[in-house]
Design a protein around this ligand. Structure first.
Ligand SMILES: [Zn+2]
Length: 91
């Protein structure tokens, strides 16, 4: 018997793609991406909620048009993570 496919919006995008949900449920999948609020620093995917990403990082800073940033926009508590890439490279 063929298992009936289901779309699980609580799953990470990586797992959804792996399970073929992107091709089976493209609209449902795209709904999870828009508007993009987080980026996965592992695979580069973007999503509206952090629960759909394996290593979510907030895009908050870009929405504020402060890519160069003030010290406030670089505050770990404000954006939820550090922009120190060496920190990730060494992991
Ligand atoms: Zn990922």
């Amino acid at each position: 018997m063929v298992k009936k496919k289901k779309f699980n919006p609580d799953e990470t995008l990586c797992k959804l793609v792996e399970a073929g949900s992107l091709s089976d449920f493209p609209v449902e999948y795209m709904k999870l991406l828009t508007p993009p609020k987080f980026v996965c620093i592992k695979c580069g995917r973007v999503a509206r909620t952090r629960k759909n990403l394996c290593e979510p990082r907030s895009l908050h800073r870009f929405f504020n048009d402060k890519v160069q940033g003030t010290s406030e926009s670089q505050n770990v508590e404000t954006i939820g993570w550090s922009w120190d890439y060496d920190q990730y490279r060494n992991k």
